[in-house]
Design a protein around this ligand. Structure first.
Ligand code: ADP
Ligand code: AMP
Length: 208
């Protein structure tokens, strides 16, 4: 099962991808997580993309496409995968179509005002990418990851200026992918407004 998760930043794609990946035992491939791991590890790629992520702009297509093309050749992706945050532009979607067949594109729908609430309360565990929210999905112990007890952090691009830019970038460059996948009869809308358990039930219904 080859899945693409679409939707604005903060819609809950990563949260659902973690659950779906566990449920179907397929990898959750988040380009954002890959970039952030490279930034943390101070790799060449990390140094190249840090300022782009901090500002909430998009990493150039060629670089991102090669990263995903390479990731999908790994053995764990042979039985299927979830792409979370890729494709984000039409050229990325065209490139993906050349090296993998997408079975479904799930479009997580959430109004802007909810997106802003979710992003401004988001906390992440940098080691695993696990995501919490101070109000909607708090960790068991404040500021600490449930599994490791390690510190949670605020993503640099979850500051107000970067949030505003990311929403604009989403509308200009990524939103056209909704029509792109709809035209190919692959699109399914998911109402992302309810609590995580209810969103997950919708997703399972669509995928069963
Ligand atoms: P995305 O991957 O689309 O950017 P995330 O999965 O990181 O979004 O979710 C953004 C924030 O919203 C996180 O703080 C997460 O804990 C919270 N969240 C995710 N799904 C829900 C939901 N259904 N209801 C309330 N909060 C949610
Ligand atoms: P995300 O974790 O999906 O919110 O992504 C965080 C940031 O990583 C984005 O704001 C971009 O700077 C970068 N990024 C992630 N995926 C892509 C992509 N498919 N194309 C370009 N940039 C990306």
């Amino acid at each position: 099962m080859n899945l693409v998760f679409l939707g604005p930043p903060g819609a809950g794609k990563g949260t659902m991808a973690t659950r779906v990946a566990e449920h179907f035992t397929i990898p959750h491939i988040s380009t954002g997580d890959i970039f952030r791991a490279n930034i943390k590890g101070q790799t060449e790629l990390g140094k190249k993309v840090k300022a782009i992520l901090d500002a909430g702009d998009l990493v150039p297509d060629e670089l991102t496409i090669e990263l995903v093309r390479d990731r999908l050749t790994r053995k764990d992706a042979a039985r299927g995968f979830i792409l979370d945050g890729f494709p984000r532009t039409i050229p990325q979607a065209d490139a993906l179509a050349e090296f993998a067949a997408v079975d479904r594109a799930l479009n997580f729908v959430l109004p802007d005002e909810e997106v802003i609430k979710r992003l401004s309360g988001r906390r992440v565990h940098p080691g695993s990418g696990r995501t919490y929210h101070v109000l909607f999905n708090p960790p068991e112990s404040e500021g600490k990851d449930d599994l490791t007890g390690e510190d949670l952090v605020i993503r640099p691009d979850d500051q107000e200026d970067a949030i505003r830019n990311r929403l604009q970038v989403y509308k200009q460059q990524t939103e056209p992918l909704i029509a792109y996948y709809d035209d190919r009869s692959l699109l399914v809308d998911i109402d992302s407004a309810p609590a995580p358990d209810a969103v997950f039930r919708q997703v399972l219904k669509v995928l069963s």
